[in-house]
Write a protein that binds this ligand. Structure first.
Ligand SMILES: *[C@@H]1O[C@H](CO)[C@@H](O)[C@H](O)[C@H]1NC(C)=O
Ligand SMILES: *[C@@H]1O[C@H](CO)[C@@H](O)[C@H](O)[C@H]1NC(C)=O
Ligand SMILES: *[C@@H]1O[C@H](CO)[C@@H](O)[C@H](O)[C@H]1NC(C)=O
Ligand SMILES: *[C@@H]1O[C@H](CO)[C@@H](O)[C@H](O)[C@H]1NC(C)=O
Ligand SMILES: *[C@@H]1O[C@H](CO)[C@@H](O)[C@H](O)[C@H]1NC(C)=O
Ligand SMILES: *[C@@H]1O[C@H](CO)[C@@H](O)[C@H](O)[C@H]1NC(C)=O
Length: 612
């Protein structure tokens, strides 16, 4: 009897429960929109201070964006075991308690964008074994802690941009074995988080935009063996890419755009034999040297738009046999000689718009090429900026008979064509003149009595001035002899010789003399002489460190470190038995040349945090 009563009671209770479940299944929270077919609930922009009652437990898609939620606890979602998409963006969430999503094993997409999160401690995201997309952008994250994303084995896309990240801990990305795409943008990072990235074994795309990183270290992207697409853009402090920076990568696409790069990063691009797309637009590369692109046999598209290019060596693009698209618009180029391209057989698109092109015989190959329309001069139509009678004329309008009449060059002439005989005292400056004219303006090189070739690009004791004059800063006895000036342009060469006799004054300071003459032998490389000055600098490291730290705003950095410290401390108190220990690496941003030099020698500052 008693048993029966109990049984009835059970039945009743069960019925009540079933009724409750049925009601909640049919119900919908007061201010939200529900769609039973798709099992989705939208409570978008409802000023909700807490998660509303009455959300059906079988809900799959839940949108709680643009409300006033402040905290997420493990109770909030514990009954929604079928959630697949959860949108919590644009709230005021500053705390997500560990275990908050423990039951959401089906969750595939979680959006916490635009909240007030400062930290994602380990445990907060635990249980999300099926999550593929996580958006944490636009928060106030300052550090990414070790093991914060531990359980997210299926995650393929992680957004952590627009935070104030100064540091990504070494094991922050541990466990993210499925991650294929990572975007790190608009944060306060000052170094590439190399060690953290090494855990992303399957990463295919890495985008790092709007960062204030100014220095690359060798092997910055080590062990990212699957990475194919690397995008670095809007790093306004970046001015060089050292040779080993990209070492170990096997990229097909590389973007390094909107930087302060002043030299073509040729050495860094070696060992990328599978590269097909290279975009180096919007930087300050003025000059591309011979052979710098030679190691990219599969390169199909090269973009050098807005790069301030003024000169490209003949044969600079030799070896780019697969090149189909070449964009060199918005530069300072006055011509593009056929010899630059080496083998343009596969070129289909060439963009030369917005360059100060001189329409002379150097461009003939291109104009003739147009007749069978091989090259499309895509984008903004390139036009002549000189000579005078062709100014403003689009290149594509230059057709016969205009070409043979006007698009011409004239051979250099050197005047006055009389052999110079110069007498100079030892230690005095000497100028050998060579004025040349022709169209295009000839370039002048000199051959010394020692058969050294001196051009306008040489610097040091002996150099060629802009007007073609050979300048010897302080004449030495062995400078005597016959010099030959060669003026050359696309139409031909002209030569002129000059004799110099240097008279001895019996200078006795041999040490000074030998020093200078050794300088003479190697002076083609000006950095060498600068280098000796730098090597001899004996500023003690400590003093340098102090100067730089002060200049770089050490205080603000320390502020951040202390802030992190406090956060960690509070968190570790909360967790009790958690142990955490990591290095913070911080390279101060350089503000001038001296600081740059010091940064390289003194290395990054390391702050070690041990917390028990
Ligand atoms: C992923 O979801 C399926 C059900 O869709 C579940 O069976 C599985 O346990 C989940 N995986 C993890 C790691 O939670
Ligand atoms: C990050 O950089 C911005 C702009 O430079 C600055 O306003 C902010 O205070 C920095 N945040 C941290 C945590 O350093
Ligand atoms: C870019 O480089 C130039 C020349 O070295 C320098 O004057 C300028 O300040 C640099 N810009 C930035 C944002 O570092
Ligand atoms: C590099 O990438 C290419 C193209 O993705 C691939 O065919 C090649 O096997 C890769 N090489 C190595 C060493 O991973
Ligand atoms: C090259 O980079 C510039 C600057 O980021 C961008 O505007 C342009 O679209 C890129 N070109 C290609 C073909 O992706
Ligand atoms: C000009 O001189 C170079 C060597 O300096 C030579 O290769 C070239 O053929 C010469 N050109 C003409 C037109 O004489």
């Amino acid at each position: 009897m008693q048993r029966l009563a109990l049984y009835c009671c059970h039945l009743l209770l069960g019925g009540a429960l079933a009724l409750l479940l049925a009601r909640s299944a049919l119900g919908c929270p007061a201010r939200c929109d529900c769609s039973p077919q798709t099992k989705s609930v939208s409570c978008h922009r409802k000023r909700l201070p807490t998660i509303p009652e009455g959300i059906p437990i079988e809900t799959r898609v839940l949108d709680l964006s643009k409300n006033k939620l402040r905290i997420i606890t493990p109770d909030n979602f514990s009954s929604f075991l079928h959630l697949e998409e959860l949108n919590l963006s644009d709230n005021l969430i500053s705390v997500v308690e560990p275990g908050a999503f423990r039951w959401q094993t089906c969750l595939r997409s979680l959006t916490l964008r635009s909240n007030l999160l400062t930290l994602v401690p380990p445990g907060v995201l635990s249980g999300l074994g099926n999550l593929t997309t996580l958006d944490l952008s636009h928060n106030r994250l300052v550090v990414l802690l070790d093991h914060g994303f531990q359980d997210l084995r299926q995650l393929t896309s992680l957004e952590v941009g627009d935070n104030e990240l100064v540091f990504i801990s070494q094991r922050a990305f541990n466990g993210l074995l499925g991650l294929r795409s990572l975007t790190l943008e608009r944060s306060n990072l000052t170094v590439v988080p190399t060690d953290a990235l090494t855990h992303l074994h399957n990463l295919v795309e890495l985008r790092m935009c709007h960062l204030s990183i100014g220095v690359f270290k060798p092997y910055s992207f080590k062990r990212l063996v699957r990475l194919r697409h690397l995008e670095i853009s809007h790093w306004q402090w970046l001015d060089t890419i050292p040779p080993l920076t990209l070492h170990g990568l096997n990229l097909t696409t590389l973007f390094i755009t909107h930087t302060n790069l002043s030299a073509f990063p040729g050495p860094a691009l070696r060992n990328l034999p599978y590269l097909t797309h290279l975009n180096l637009s919007y930087c300050r590369i003025q000059y591309i040297q011979y052979g710098e692109l030679g190691q990219l046999p599969r390169l199909q598209e090269l973009y050098l738009r807005g790069a301030q290019l003024a000169y490209i060596d003949p044969m600079a693009f030799l070896g780019l046999s697969a090149l189909r698209v070449l964009d060199m618009s918005q530069n300072q180029l006055d011509s593009l000689e056929k010899s630059v391209l080496g083998s343009p057989e596969n070129l289909r698109m060439l963009n030369l718009g917005s360059n100060p092109l001189v329409c002379d015989c150097r461009l003939l190959w291109l104009l003739n090429e147009q007749k069978p329309p091989l090259l499309q001069l895509g984008g903004v139509q390139p036009e002549c900026s000189a000579p005078e009678h062709l100014r403003g004329k689009p290149l594509r309008d230059l057709k016969e008979p205009l070409i043979s009449q006007y698009v011409t060059c004239t051979k250099p002439r050197i005047g006055p064509n009389t052999t110079q005989l110069l007498l100079a005292d030892e230690g005095q400056p000497v100028h050998l003149t060579c004025f040349s004219e022709g169209a295009p303006q000839p370039s002048v090189a000199w051959v010394t009595p020692h058969r050294r070739f001196v051009t306008a690009r040489n610097t040091g004791r002996v150099k060629v001035l802009a007007d073609g004059t050979l300048e010897i800063k302080m004449a030495e006895l062995h400078d005597s002899g016959v010099y030959l000036c060669i003026a050359s342009n696309a139409a031909g060469n002209a030569t002129l010789s000059a004799s110099l006799a240097v008279k001895s004054l019996g200078i006795s300071d041999r040490s000074l003399y030998t020093n200078r003459s050794s300088n003479y032998l190697t002076d083609s490389n000006s950095t060498w002489s600068n280098g000796t000055v730098l090597y001899n600098m004996t500023v003690p490291i400590d003093l340098k460190t102090i100067i730089i730290s002060t200049a770089m705003g050490c205080l603000s950095f320390l502020g951040v470190v202390i802030f992190c410290f406090l956060l960690l401390f509070a968190w570790s108190r909360g967790k009790g038995r958690h142990k955490s220990n990591f290095d913070i690496e911080y390279v101060p941003r350089k503000s001038n040349g001296a600081a740059a030099e010091a940064t390289e020698t003194s290395g990054p500052r390391r702050v070690n945090m041990k917390m028990i």
